[in-house]
Design a protein around this ligand. Structure first.
Ligand SMILES: NC(=O)c1ccc[n+]([C@@H]2O[C@H](COP(=O)([O-])OP(=O)(O)OC[C@H]3O[C@@H](n4cnc5c(N)ncnc54)[C@H](OP(=O)(O)O)[C@@H]3O)[C@@H](O)[C@H]2O)c1
Length: 264
């Protein structure tokens, strides 16, 4: 399927690794120009090198900015060229009980997970509306609905993305701009692999057994009963970034392996 992404420029927050990096690869494969982001230049250079080795002819750049620091976000926004596709991907979490979660923990997760997308969209959406074309995607999580006990703050930020996404979509009536939320389930990023390896070592198991146990004992509602690959998530994000997805607006799209349940 030709996604007609040639000539489009995408910015992906938090994309030197994980789902963001995989999405950068898929967008480049489809001919889009991509600007990646991470907290420091070293991480960006490393990611750019890996992307450029696969797509030497493509237009790929990176801008360092830590989304927990509003001043750095402002500087990033000033450096951005015209962006056709904004992927609000950056997200952090801290596993802890509700009673251990301090104001700083709440504020940090709100800043990175929610305010990153608020600030970028406030700047970029008006320009997309003026040009009458654009895509904004908020990357939420199955946790928005499942709300694991040790991730209440994270899950709250991820649920808030559904509201901002729907609200912004309502500002696009009659225009060629869409705003949607993508809801991934458990995904096998580099971070997830490290976590499985750590637990495997501690419990003297293989990482495959630890992964199977996770779905048998924790994410029991998953119909997929395995981690999604970053490519499975990235290909869906890339489709909804494309002109072909013009009729999907204000939607929440699940790539959760069926974990959330329900018919909608
Ligand atoms: N993985 C999952 O199972 C899963 C499931 C559901 C939803 N999600 C959501 O999907 C999104 C991507 O998840 P992921 O697992 O791929 O993430 P990840 O692997 O933890 O993401 C790492 C990326 O985020 C960047 N980053 C971290 N903190 C940052 C900050 N303060 N400012 C700028 N960049 C920052 C890192 O850059 P540097 O290290 O270079 O700074 C790196 O590029 C997140 O919103 C997450 O909540 C993930």
């Amino acid at each position: 399927m030709e996604l007609n992404l040639r000539g489009k420029t995408a910015f992906i927050s938090g994309s030197t690794s994980g789902i963001g990096f995989a999405t950068a690869l898929t967008l480049l494969q489809e001919g889009a120009s991509v600007i990646i982001n991470g907290r420091n230049q070293e991480g960006i250079n490393n990611a750019l090198e890996r992307l450029k080795s696969q797509f030497p002819q493509s237009n790929i750049n990176g801008i360092a900015a830590d989304f927990s620091n509003p001043k750095e976000v402002q500087l990033l926004i000033e450096k951005l060229p015209n962006i056709d596709i904004l992927i609000n991907n950056v997200g952090i979490y801290k596993s802890q009980t509700f009673f251990e979660t301090t104001d700083d923990d709440w504020q940090n997760q709100m800043e990175v997970n929610l305010m990153s997308g608020v600030r970028l969209s406030r700047n970029l959406l008006p320009k997309m509306l003026e040009r009458n074309w654009g895509r904004i995607l908020f990357i939420s999580s199955e946790c928005a609905s499942l709300v694991p006990e040790d991730l209440i703050a994270y899950s709250t930020t991820k649920a808030s993305l559904l509201a901002i996404s729907r609200g912004l979509a309502q500002l696009t009536k009659g225009k060629g701009v869409t705003v949607n939320t993508i809801i991934p389930g458990s995904t096998l990023t580099e971070g997830a692999v490290d976590f499985l390896e750590d637990v495997a070592e501690k419990e003297n198991k293989t990482k495959e057994v630890v992964a199977n146990d996770f779905f048998k004992e924790v994410r029991t509602s998953s119909l997929l009963q395995r981690f999604a690959s970053v490519d499975e998530v990235a290909s869906t994000i890339t489709y909804y970034s494309s002109p072909l997805a013009a009729a999907t607006n204000g939607a929440a799209i699940k790539i959760d392996g069926g974990s959330i349940g329900g018919i909608l």
